[in-house]
Design a protein around this ligand. Structure first.
Ligand code: AMP
Length: 289
């Protein structure tokens, strides 16, 4: 315990091994505490903090994992230069209300190459899955481990990564994982840019252009709700206002990600800037005729 402004405050526990994590989990389970899990790759921002705050309201204790998961990066992606700052992350996680951080090494999580492959299948054929082959299989690999190791009652994911959320929800539902997946809305900068650990890699000029992603989505949403195809207008708008290259703009049903878009829909895009690939999306309802 540590004294802070006259009140006793639990010190955030830093856990680096599976053995220690099992101990922490069993101590909490023994007291009947509900466990909320917030999986992240660190370099925390207000988006991650909102996940922790939401988890803290709904659970007795919150475990945040910080693990830059090599399995979800392709050979030419930014695994090596993904930003990391453990000291700052610990402070932010504690401020947000986390009780423990699980920050294992890659060797701790993947002591050997497993022969078993978990595949996201059809759900990875669209959006980011198309341009990042194997990415969601890597995500499923790590979350399966984290769900089992943490024995969490609830796990928290951001709508910012809506395809990831849909795939994880499907994993949990289809294979009866004993936990609930909770969705948290995207946290944005005042100008609309979705918070992301990768935003630090934008140049000044790109940062000034980046709010146009959200603006393009808003415009496309109105067109889609009005029964029109939003893609051409969004493509033109981004072409005029952003120096980045459009990776995709897609309108799909959500969460099943098909091209039959009546009902719950996702309008999503990805833009590749020089050193940062940004994604964003809006979820909304399209009424049938
Ligand atoms: P990451 O560290 O980028 O893997 O993200 C960890 C979790 O935080 C994922 O569930 C993300 O969807 C979520 N997240 C990332 N950015 C945001 C944001 N701007 N708002 C809300 N959640 C976010």
């Amino acid at each position: 315990m540590q004294l802070s402004s006259g009140k006793e405050r639990e010190v955030l526990r830093l856990i680096e091994t599976i053995e220690e994590l099992k101990q922490w989990v069993s101590e909490n389970k023994a007291t009947g505490a509900g466990i909320g899990l917030v999986p992240t790759m660190g370099f925390l921002h207000e988006g991650h903090m909102k996940l922790v705050e939401t988890a803290k309201r709904e659970n007795d204790v919150v475990l945040m994992s910080i693990f830059v998961n090599p399995a979800q990066f392709g050979p030419n992606e930014d695994f090596e230069r993904y930003p990391r700052d453990m000291e700052r992350d610990q402070e932010l996680a504690q401020t947000a209300g986390a009780d423990a951080i699980f920050a294992p090494s890659a060797g701790e999580i993947y002591p050997r190459e497993s022969a078993i492959v978990i595949s996201a299948g059809r759900l990875a054929d669209q959006l980011c899955g198309k341009s990042r082959p194997g990415h969601f299989d890597g995500v499923l690999k790590v979350v399966t481990k984290l769900f089992h190791l943490s024995e969490a009652d609830r796990a928290y994911f951001g709508q910012k990564d809506a395809q990831q959320l849909a795939i994880i929800e499907s994993l949990v539902e289809d294979f009866n994982f004993p936990l609930e997946i909770r969705r948290v809305e995207t946290v944005r900068e005042p100008d609309g840019l979705a918070k992301s650990s990768r935003n630090i890699y934008l140049t000044g000029q790109e940062r000034a252009e980046a709010p146009h992603l959200k603006k393009a989505l808003e415009m496309g949403k109105q067109l889609a709700i009005g029964g029109m195809d939003p893609i051409p207008a969004m493509t033109d708008y981004l072409g005029e206002n952003c120096s980045g290259t459009i990776d995709y703009i897609q309108l799909l049903s959500y969460p099943d990600l098909t091209e039959n878009v009546t009902g719950e829909a996702i309008l999503a895009l990805a833009v590749q800037f020089e050193k940062a690939r940004l994604i964003d999306n809006l979820l909304f309802t399209i009424k049938g005729n």
